[in-house]
Design a protein around this ligand. Structure first.
Ligand code: AHR
Length: 308
């Protein structure tokens, strides 16, 4: 006779799938779409039941999703927080329900670090620094002021805050670098284009450099620059972040100077972490993604190797 436990054959327990509730920000960028795809396919590969929820870039929707995961008593909750602040209450609810929370991609700003077990993702501050270092090196011989316009990511989000800070930290070493305009383009192509149009209207040919917090906004801005009769990557040096395929295409077309890598392929790592948690292991508090930087000169060679 089959071994029994609680009136059910033991196999029924052994086969019970681990359930992961994941709250995604939205589908604002090529990066985000690749991130979602990575999480969905890795869950399948690892045999983890994924409850996936798209918040359409609204924090209130993420909070609702997390509450619903708690009500459904999922094994683990993971989410990519759209903004840094405002998570205390809902994270306390998850903790009270004894459901571990993993942060993916973006950090939260809470006083009590025990409200989440691990944060896996990029070092956004370092990405901003890499962008700054590339620019200061490229323009080290330029005499006179270098006028920079900045397209920021979503207001209050970890990548927007840190990419701005990291970049400024580097360029401030030389006072010739001046950020003359800085505004959010919400990480989307449409907003990137719209805000760049406004920058061009206000500053025109005064603009020497565009620093965009992601590739999508840079790609939108490239369109605005061309429509204004200027040559992207020549009249205006363009730096962005993510290293999605669209950025490589823009570099190969000679329209983008450089992209700093930010990998969205967090799915396999996340599923491994979920399994480790279920096996009673303690996760490292911080798992940092390793990343590079790709100037246009290497784009054609690197393009075939790109996975997102
Ligand atoms: O949090 C990572 C950022 O979010 C990416 O750089 C951006 O493209 C995305 O929307």
């Amino acid at each position: 006779a089959a071994a029994m436990a609680g009136g059910l054959p033991l196999g029924a327990f052994a086969q019970k799938k681990v359930v992961l509730g994941f709250s995604q920000i939205g589908a604002e960028s090529e990066w985000r779409t690749a991130n979602t795809e990575s999480i969905k396919s890795a869950a399948k590969e690892h045999g983890i039941e994924l409850k996936f929820s798209d918040a359409q870039q609204k924090q209130e929707n993420q909070i609702k999703a997390i509450r619903s995961f708690i009500a459904q008593r999922v094994d683990v909750i993971a989410f990519s927080p759209v903004v840094e602040s405002g998570w205390e209450t809902v994270l306390r609810e998850a903790k009270a329900a004894k459901i571990p929370v993993i942060l993916t991609d973006r950090a939260v700003n809470v006083k009590d670090d025990s409200l989440w077990v691990s944060f896996m993702g990029s070092d956004f501050l370092e990405e901003g620094r890499k962008a700054g270092r590339w620019l200061t090196e490229k323009m080290k011989d330029v005499k006179g002021e270098v006028h920079i316009v900045e397209l920021q990511g979503t207001v209050g989000s970890a990548p927007a805050i840190d990419r701005k800070r990291g970049f400024e930290e580097i360029i401030k070493a030389d006072p010739k670098f001046k950020i003359i305009r800085s505004q959010t383009g919400d990480f989307t192509r449409a907003k990137g284009k719209e805000v760049m149009e406004a920058f061009l209207k206000a500053e025109g040919k005064k603009i020497n450099v565009l620093y965009a917090h992601n590739d999508d906004m840079a790609i939108g801005a490239i369109q605005a620059i061309e429509e204004a009769g200027l040559k992207p990557a020549k009249d205006i040096v363009i730096i962005s972040i993510d290293a999605v395929k669209g950025a490589f295409e823009a570099m190969m077309a000679g329209k983008l100077n450089v992209t700093v890598e930010c990998s969205p392929l967090l799915g396999p790592q996340l599923m491994q972490a979920v399994k480790d948690l279920k096996a009673g292991k303690t996760l490292p508090k911080r798992i940092v993604t390793e990343e590079g930087i790709f100037p246009m000169e290497v784009a054609a060679k690197e393009f075939p190797k790109r996975k997102y």
